[in-house]
Ligand binder design. Structure first.
Ligand code: ATR
Length: 291
């Protein structure tokens, strides 16, 4: 972290950022560790990125680490000096580490963050049958994670409103890893959720009260874990329906927490102890309650 007396600044770039929970989580960690640093939100327009990154390279910049969120996780690659192998495979960065000599390295902690949450839920990915709704940035990280872990699922089916986008995504990821377990289906029924162990919603459908549910509720069953990346509302209609069918459910707050812990550990170059991690998690949960 910052060697000088100047207060170190960390932060998140993205747009919009009004509802970002990252500042609360990271500032809670700085406070718990008694580190004189602050985590800020930097809502940037695309045309502001270039100047922002030029300033980051300056010797007297107080910024020592960043998170990156929608819509810049892929765009920032062009401003970085290097990429960790996982970020390279995924083609997206959510964490930037900045060294004292102003070298910018991109990491992806979304992918391991998702797996860490599945582990906490004691979901066994090995040989699992997985269905994914959506084919955007989150799917990119999740799919990579599931394809490269040793405990690989046996099958992953993806349905996206725009099937070409799902095909393109799989084709692109296939250049960096084996995607032999992945199949893009062109209608929601072909997801065969009846046979699945895990259903993941990566679309924003469910954020609004009047949003539909993208699947037929009848296919939900008690042996399923339904993972909705949405955490506001805490329980989407999809999760409510899944619960009624006796399925286990999880929202995206766990993944947000783990990607944050992993990002913080990258910046600090150390493992956080359980006490600090709990403080981060509680801060996150409290902030999520008041959204
Ligand atoms: P994220 O980074 O959170 O994954 P994203 O990259 O914008 O966000 O991806 C959003 C995904 O949700 C996309 O797969 C998108 O489908 P398209 O590829 O067809 O755009 C999907 N999505 C967004 N709104 C949707 C809707 N109303 N119905 C179904 N899918 C939707």
């Amino acid at each position: 972290m910052n060697p000088d007396d100047q207060q170190a600044i960390y932060g998140i770039i993205g747009n919009p950022l009004q509802h970002s929970l990252s500042p609360v989580m990271h500032n809670a960690a700085f406070k718990a560790l008694k580190v004189d640093a602050v985590y800020k939100a930097f809502p940037l327009e695309t045309h502001e990125l270039s100047d922002f990154f030029s300033a980051l390279k300056s010797e007297d910049s107080p910024i020592f680490g960043l998170n990156v969120t929608v819509p810049y996780k892929e765009k920032v690659l062009e401003y970085l000096d290097g990429l960790a192998p996982l970020a390279q495979k995924i083609g997206a960065v959510n964490t930037i580490v900045i060294t004292n000599n102003r070298t910018l390295t991109g990491y992806n902690t979304d992918a391991p963050g998702f797996i860490a949450h599945l582990n906490e839920l004691k979901f066994n990915t090995a040989g699992a049958d997985v269905c994914i709704l959506g084919a955007g940035g989150s799917t990119r990280a999740i799919l990579t994670a599931l394809c490269i872990i040793p405990e690989r699922p046996s099958s992953i089916r993806i349905f996206n409103r725009t099937p070409q986008k799902a095909n393109q995504l799989v084709e692109q990821l296939g250049k960096a890893m084996s995607v032999d377990i992945v199949e893009v289906v062109d209608n929601v029924a072909a997801l065969d959720i009846r046979y699945a162990d895990l259903l993941i919603n990566t679309t924003p459908v469910g954020m609004n009260d009047d949003d539909p549910v993208l699947i037929e509720p009848e296919v939900l069953h008690a042996d399923l874990l339904v993972y909705d990346l949405i955490y506001n509302p805490k329980e989407t209609l999809l999760l409510q329906m899944a619960k009624k069918k006796g399925a286990r459910t999880a929202n995206g707050l766990g993944m947000l927490y783990y990607q944050g812990v992993l990002a913080f550990q990258r910046w600090a170059g150390l493992e956080l102890d359980e006490k600090v991690k709990n403080i981060m998690r509680q801060a996150l949960q409290r902030a999520a309650e008041s959204l």
